[in-house]
Design a protein around this ligand. Structure first.
Ligand code: 5GP
Ligand code: MN
Length: 324
């Protein structure tokens, strides 16, 4: 990691842009907001932006209202991209930022990151981009309050699914401990980010669960545009089903295929420890982590399943059941 170079670039900057990935999750918003609030406290002029703005369920985070949903003007000394596995994932705000920033810092934890940008703070062993932000703030010796601690703990909690993933180590819990000491409230985060389901989420589960297929260690589920519309969700979402399917005993990999358009399918995949879905995502232009990966597939729902389901079965055959 280019900790020294990135710190020097940040410290000499007056204007800083922070962006994250499209369809942001808790780690995207948490790492972006935690960093934005810390850098603001340094006296820098900070712009934070993500395509479409902060999803409603993360608006409880401090200064979430300061995040812009689009960018059409401005130029920055430094742009920082957080939790974006590649350049394209930073969306329209990222494209504008790349063209109008002198230095780009790529802060991430995806092993598939192609190392874009001027300086890289990429740690594939980190549980979350929020953990990388924590390490960076620690390296710079910055003191901070709950406006930073709360978003960072949200990133940790989201990407570890509540400290359950194999990426969790004693250090992860030490970081959580430090963030709680600085004012982050763990139960507020788990209740809002992990547990809360909207009535539309519930209606989706009720409607689509009968379609789930569990076969030879592989769980798959297809969600059509009609499913999404009929339950009143604005955008195709699995509402946590991909993780729920993986919890079933004997299931080693799970995949949810979400129809976004008649020729565009978003695929979310999860794997138990010892199994790998990242290679499958990369094979269709996506990426992610060994146990959690995703991609956008050009084609119909049927085509996406025809191409990927055999690969999911291969992933089960290649995996190691002994690692638990
Ligand atoms: P999810 O299934 O929650 O959308 O994504 C799982 C993981 O894969 C996340 O870490 C996410 O950043 C990554 N991921 C999802 N979609 C893509 C994609 O299209 N490209 C890349 N490079 N990574 C993705
Ligand atoms: Mn992440």
């Amino acid at each position: 990691m280019n900790l020294t170079e990135a710190s020097a670039a940040l410290q000499s900057a007056h204007t800083v842009l922070i962006v994250t990935h499209v369809r942001p999750d808790g780690d995207a918003i948490g790492s972006m907001l935690g960093l934005a609030n810390a850098v603001r406290a340094l006296g820098k002029q900070v712009t934070a932006a993500v395509d479409g703005g902060v999803p409603s369920f993360f608006r409880f985070l401090p200064l979430a209202e300061s995040v812009q949903s689009e960018l059409h003007e401005g130029a920055w000394d430094v742009m920082i991209s957080t939790d974006a596995a590649d350049e394209a994932r930073t969306g329209s705000v990222g494209a504008y930022g790349f063209a109008n920033s002198k230095v780009v810092i790529n802060l991430d934890h995806h092993p598939t990151n192609p190392m874009f940008g001027t300086w890289q703070l990429v740690d594939a062993a980190a549980t979350s981009a929020a953990e990388v932000v924590f390490t960076w703030l620690e390296h710079m010796g910055l003191a901070y309050d709950e406006t930073v601690a709360m978003p960072l703990l949200t990133g940790l909690v989201t990407d570890t699914n509540g400290f359950r993933t194999s990426s969790v180590t004693a250090r992860t819990l030490e970081i959580a401990h430090t963030l709680m000491r600085r004012g982050a409230v763990l139960t507020a985060i788990t209740a809002k980010v992990l547990d809360a389901k909207t009535p539309a989420d519930f209606a989706l589960w009720q409607r689509v669960l009968p379609k789930a297929r569990l076969e030879d260690g592989v769980a798959t589920l297809a969600i059509t545009l009609e499913d999404t519309r009929s339950v009143g969700l604005n955008e195709p979402d699995d509402a946590g089903l991909v993780t729920f399917l993986l919890d079933v005993e004997g299931i080693m990999v799970s995949a949810v295929f979400k129809e976004h358009a008649p020729d565009e399918v978003r695929v979310s995949m999860r794997a138990k420890r010892g199994y790998n879905v990242s290679d499958i995502a990369v094979s269709v232009g996506g990426g992610g982590h060994v146990q959690a990966a995703g991609a956008t597939f050009r084609g119909t729902l049927a085509q996406a399943q025809a191409q990927l389901v055999p690969l999911l079965h291969e992933a089960v055959a290649r995996g190691d059941r002994e690692i638990v």
